[in-house]
Design a protein around this ligand. Sequence first.
Ligand code: APR
Ligand code: PHB
Length: 388
Amino acid sequence: MRTQVVIIGAGPAGLLLGQLLHKHGVANVILERQTADHVLGRVRAGVIERVTMDLLDEAGVGARMHADGLVHEGVQICVDGKRHRLSFKDLTGKTVTVYGQTEITKDLMDGRAAVGAATVYSAADVILQDFSGDNPRVSYRAGGKTHEIGCDFIAGCDGFHGISRKSIPASAISTFERVYPIGWLGVLSDTPPVSEELIYVRHPRGFALCSMRTPTRSRYYLQCSLAEEIESWPDERFWEELKPRLDDEARDRLVTGPSIEKSIAPLRSFVAEPMRFGRLFLAGDASHIVPPTGAKGLNLAASDVRYLSRALIEHYQERSDAGIDHYSARALARVWKAERFSWWMTMTLHRISDNPFDHRLQLAELDYLFGSKAAATAFAENYVGLPY
Ligand code: APR
Ligand code: PHB
């Protein structure tokens, strides 16, 4: 079998790339290790930048997001029991949309099914071959048989634990990493959100976040230790730990209820460079991870895909490799700025250090953010998404 681009991974990065390429006549096959149901079962962040929305519209899968997504004009930050609001709309003229990543994945899967493009789910033992030469191939096992696809390019969209990045010789790739000694314990519940806008909470007991999916479904997070086990967090304990971190008004308004999902996620910053090795390109979590503070993960995956899809389309339609040659540098310039912002939000809002000096610095950062239009604008500009 032969195609133009083999895409490894059917997360948001792989599915969006597949959809954009298909729209421009570039043939592609997606190989995904898991089943479609498994991919749809993962709960992830849900704040979509305007530029990401534009790209989903371009891919023809934006209708449900426009109908059901919640437009947010600002965000709230609660510092030791006192709430402050930052208006993106006033500061940048822009807004963000709250719409779950699971829903985006579903819209992309439906879009792909509607155009009849090929996705192989439950593809085991994916192996990338000869991507440093001119004839790359990808083999995999499915239905008890080994299959091989020849192609022009391979797109590694297989997330942080995928095979694509690991297939690149160690001498050809540099990695940069910061691991934070904390995790986020997340709960999804069918209860009305405590506020119409997200509340990021900085508190001596640790960070918390009040988010949402719909007007009747909430998503809450608590900073927790990495040693924490999910079994030690019955719903009651979660709500009892959330309450003291909130301000009085939020505590009064909080509606608790049974969780419908609960998980612990570690926080990590990671970048692998470059994002191209011969005919293999990395995109999304395969090449970088941000801690969830700021919700940049999906948006960064989308910006990589925007650069990569345009580069590949240019290769086929205009016979120019300029986009391909610039892909890594262009994508990384935006990646590093989002790494910086996510790191900054993480370090400013979490209880990470026991050194009182660091606590005072956090308070000074936040005081400056609320008191300076320049600082607030810089925050808002990053939160709504930097231009491409
Ligand atoms: N072979 C085939 N598929 C694989 C392999 C493999 N060896 N390894 C991983 N995969 C698949 C995973 O099962 C997953 O469905 O690749 C997909 C990667 O998807 P994501 O992890 O969602 O990564 P990405 O598409 O880059 O999306 C980035 O999603 O993970 C969140 O927080 C992240 O918001 C960010 C966004
Ligand atoms: C979420 O709703 O899951 C969410 C929102 C904002 C973040 C992280 C996660 O910064």
